[in-house]
Design a protein around this ligand. Structure first.
Ligand SMILES: NC(=O)c1ccc[n+]([C@@H]2O[C@H](COP(=O)([O-])OP(=O)(O)OC[C@H]3O[C@@H](n4cnc5c(N)ncnc54)[C@H](O)[C@@H]3O)[C@@H](O)[C@H]2O)c1
Length: 296
C-alpha cells in the first residue's frame, strides 16, 4: 500500500534514483497505473509522464544488492510490527553507508523504540506519510530521542523537493501531531452516536457541511484567534467538562468489532455499505483531493 506510493512520490525529484525492496516480486507498475489513474484523468500528469516515472522505480528482492548498499536514504514501509522493523534496520545498518539516513513510515509505533538497537541513531527519523501517499501532501517528520537536527533538515528538504508538505514533530509522542487531533475528533463522533444524540450519517453530515469545509483553509488555532481567545476560553470552560474524555476505545466500537462489523471490509460498520456505495466514496475522495490539492 504505502511503499509503492512513497517510491512514486520520490520520482518527482528528477535526480533521484529510486528502488523498492520487498520480500517477493510485486507488480508495482500495474498498481501505480491504476492508483494514479485519477491524476492522469484530471490532467495533473500526462500518461507519458506517469510511465516515465514508473519506469524510474527499480525493484529488488535482494537486500544485499547495489541499490541498497548505495542508498543515501531508506524509507521503511514494512508491516507494522516492532521486531520486523527493528531487524530490518539492523540489517540495513550492516549494509548501507554510515551516513545513510533511515526513515520509518510507522503510523503508530515509536521511532525511538524502533531505532533503539541501532548504532547511528542520530541519522534515524520518522517520516509519516498519509494514505494515499501520492496525493496527501503532509509528511510528519518525527524526531526520535537521538535524531539530529541535520537529519530532520535534510529529510524535510528532500520531501519539499518531491512536492510534499513536511512538518516537524519535535517529540516522539503516540499519534505524532495529526493523528492525535484526528482521533480526538473520532472519539467524540463515536460518543455522539453511542449516546443517541445523532446517528452516524448525521454526525458525518455535521462535519462535512460545517467546520469540515473550513478546515482545509483555516486551522483550529487560526480559527480560535479569529473568533477570539476570550470566546474560546469561555466555551472551553463550559464545554470541555461535558465532552467525551474516556481513555479507552468506546464500548460501541468494541461491540461492532466483536460482532464482525468492520466497515468496508464486511459491508457493515457504523453505517451499511454496498460495493457501489464504497466505490462512490473512494472515487469521490480521490476526485475531491485532486481538486483541492491541484485545483484540477
Ligand atoms: N496503510 C495506511 O493507511 C498507512 C498510512 C500511514 C502509514 N502506514 C504504515 O506504513 C507501513 C506499511 O503499511 P502498508 O499499509 O503499506 O502495509 P502493506 O501490508 O500494504 O505492505 C507491507 C509490505 O512490507 C513487506 N514486508 C514485510 N516484511 C518485510 C521485510 N522484512 N522486508 C521487506 N519487506 C517486507 C510486505 O511484503 C508488504 O509488501 C506500516 O508501518 C503502516 O503502519 C500505513
Amino acid at each position: 500500500m504505502m511503499g509503492k506510493n512513497i517510491a512514486f512520490v520520490l520520482t518527482a525529484v528528477p535526480e533521484l534514483k529510486v528502488t523498492l525492496y520487498d520480500l517477493a516480486y510485486q507488480d508495482i507498475a500495474a498498481a501505480l497505473r491504476s492508483g494514479c489513474a485519477a491524476l492522469v484523468g484530471h490532467g495533473v500528469i500526462s500518461e507519458g509522464e506517469l510511465e516515465t516515472r514508473i519506469k524510474r522505480i527499480g525493484f529488488t528482492t535482494d537486500m544485499d544488492s547495489e541499490p541498497v548498499r548505495a542508498a543515501d536514504m531508506v524509507v521503511e514501509a514494512v508491516f507494522e510490527d516492532m521486531e520486523t522493523k527493528r531487524s530490518l534496520f539492523g540489517r540495513l545498518e550492516e549494509l548501507c553507508a554510515p551516513d545513510a539516513i533511515f526513515c520509518t513510515n510507522t503510523s503508530a509505533m515509536s521511532p525511538t523504540e524502533i531505532s533503539a538497537r541501532l548504532k547511528r541513531r542520530e541519522r534515524f527519523v520518522g517520516t509519516h506519510f498519509w494514505n494515499p501517499a501520492h496525493l496527501i501532501p503532509l509528511v510528519e517528520v518525527v524526531k526520535a530521542d537521538a535524531t539530529s537536527d541535520e537529519t530532520c533538515l535534510a529529510v524535510m528538504e528532500l520531501l519539499r523537493a518531491a512536492g510534499k508538505r513536511p512538518i516537524l514533530c519535535r517529540k516522539d509522542v503516540p499519534g505524532f501531531i495529526a493523528n492525535r487531533m484526528q482521533h480526538a475528533l473520532w472519539r467524540e463522533a463515536i460518543s455522539i452516536v453511542e449516546n443517541g444524540i445523532a446517528d452516524a450519517e448525521t454526525v458525518d453530515e455535521a462535519v462535512k457541511y460545517s467546520f469540515g469545509l473550513r478546515l482545509g483553509q483555516l486551522g483550529p488555532l487560526e480559527n480560535a484567534d479569529m473568533v477570539g481567545l476570550d470566546l474560546t476560553l469561555s466555551i472551553h470552560e463550559y464545554l470541555l467538562p461535558r465532552l467525551e474524555s474516556s481513555g479507552k476505545p468506546s464500548p460501541l466500537l468494541k461491540r461492532l468489532h466483536e460482532r464482525g462489523s468492520l466497515g468496508f471490509k464486511t459491508g457493515e460498520g457504523f453505517r451499511s455499505w454496498t460495493p457501489e456505495s464504497m466505490e462512490a466514496v473512494r472515487d469521490g475522495l480521490n476526485d475531491y483531493l485532486i481538486k483541492m490539492i491541484y485545483k484540477k
